[in-house]
Design a protein around this ligand. Structure first.
Ligand code: FES
Length: 163
């Protein structure tokens, strides 16, 4: 007596050519998205960890700034502006002299302020005081003077440049 077995045939599954192409496209686009995401995360970290020398070189890349209509600021007042990436100040003193200095405290880098009533530059972070004409560190913790810039006043504005 013979017995007939009913066994289903073994079918080997193969991917269609279109399936492989769409899988490859998906992997390529996922890889590109991953690279973009990594770059978006890495850049702020790089900026945070950049050495002071790199930050200084980018801050000193700009050598001259023209402040349009700044010649009109009244005496006894100050104009804060950006010199490259760093804050700076242009002081028009009561005696008519124009002084431009960096506004970055040499102690720990806070932005300093001009105080016209005392005619001095003050850092609110730790009480550092600078001379408003020379930038010399007068009292408090700042170890170095503020950097002076060269000033040229004309009828259209004030030109500030590194000396
Ligand atoms: S940061 Fe200016 S006195 Fe400390």
């Amino acid at each position: 007596m013979s017995q007939v077995l009913n066994i289903p045939p073994i079918v080997k599954e193969t991917a269609e050519p279109g399936d492989q192409a769409s899988r490859r496209a998906f992997l390529v686009s996922a890889g590109a998205a991953g690279l973009c995401y990594t770059a978006a995360l890495a850049y702020p970290i790089y900026r945070y960890l950049a050495s002071p020398e790199e930050m200084e070189s980018s801050a000193t890349a700009v050598t001259e700034v023209t402040l349009k209509d700044a010649q009109k600021i009244p005496s006894g007042s100050v104009l804060m502006f950006k010199f490259g990436t760093a804050p700076a100040m242009l002081i028009h003193h009561e005696d008519g002299r124009w002084i431009a200095l960096t506004a970055v405290c040499t102690h720990l880098g806070c932005t300093v302020q001009y105080e016209p009533q005392a005619d001095r530059i003050h850092c609110g972070c730790h009480g550092g005081v600078y001379n408003a004409y020379t930038g010399a560190n007068v009292s408090g913790p700042p170890p170095k003077p503020l950097k002076l810039f060269k000033v040229a006043v004309n009828e259209t504005g004030v030109n500030v440049s590194r000396t």
